[in-house]
Write a protein that binds this ligand. Sequence first.
Ligand code: LFR
Length: 432
Amino acid sequence: MTAVAAVDLGASSGRVVRGVVTGGRVAVEEVHRFPNGPVHSGGRLHWDLRGLYREILTGLRLAGEVGSIGIDSWAVDYGLLDGSGELLGDPVHHRDPRTGGIKPEEGLYEVNGLQFQPFNTMFQLRVEPLLPRASQLLLIPDLVSYWLTGERGAEYTNATTTGLIDVRTGRWSPSLTRDLPPGLLPELRHPGDPAGSWNGVPVTAVGSHDTASAVVAVPAGTDRFAYISCGTWSLVGVELTAPVLTGASRAANFTNEGGVDGTIRYLRNVMGLWLLQECLRTWGAELEPLLREASNATGSTFDPNDPVFLRPGDMPARIERWCGRSMTRPEVVRSVLDSLALAHRDAIVDAQRLSGKEVEVVHVVGGGSRNALLCQLTADACGLPVVAGPAEATALGNVLVQARAAGAVEGTLAELRELVGRSQPLQRYLPR
Ligand code: LFR
């Protein structure tokens, strides 16, 4: 089959990947990678989306001849268009403090099923000064898709992270969108749907929420698995066929995000490798040597989900303050990994308790699957085997959904996952 191109924008880097599905195997090759991160401007944290778009175009040219293009990114953030389709200002970053004091109202969870995160799109819109001038809102992958094709739509998996979708109907909720300008939210489209074309190449909607794409490529050989999509965030949970909307689930801050093929991603956001990324940025240090030293260091544990860790800034100082002691760099790194492993365990225990789904293996996918110490500590904390890899799960999930839409591969999610398991090197960690 012809190759496809996957555009995958992450919070710390973006990439364009060329993927091929053939002979029951899937392979991806990175053709272009570029840095990403928060940009301070005008007193706000933004994304430089036009800069990213330039890199995406470079990547698509480097990808050569492809039969389809699919785009995914982090969730929640958006661009606003004016009546003539021009972008009104750089998209604001969800780590900007503008939604700091916001609280969810009673009854919200029962409608949208979403964990409370102050940065969910619906809360950002409450403090959005550009809203009166906006005629349409496009989430980040939909905005990139619009720039490529001139066509607008709202891809469903990512749209569920806005907080404005009714989790029972899978459509924009009339009650939750009542106060928004009419027509602000585009028509929904679903993974596999056509989404226009760029220079004659079809653009295909994929699980445009990066976590949705990553979960497609979890190489599970059983239904009884938990996943950790481990990157800037750790997204920890299970896959369900129906949402859990109980009071206990809301209190545990579990989210019911829309997945590919009508699944529910029942998960909790754990602060993830952001903690380490910000430590390294503060120190101006490299990860590898510190990880080696951290394997013999003694850490302290802290709650990685404490909101004090959400914003960019001096992370080691915040961790030391939380733990009430000063630490060497390897000790800080060890504290982060120990604390993440425990938070992974708590989320997996809670997911099983709240959903009734039993888990016998934990799959770690994404960049964090390369962190052997974190994988081992997670296996130890969970008392379950951890299967680590693929690191490129998001790009693989993006590629597979495009390949399936193009007819190059058939199958259910379970079959796509088997195919990933067959094609990608995986590492097993047994609990000690
Ligand atoms: C991961 C992710 C999470 C979402 C967070 C903010 O990259 O998409 O799923 O909660 O970023 O968008």
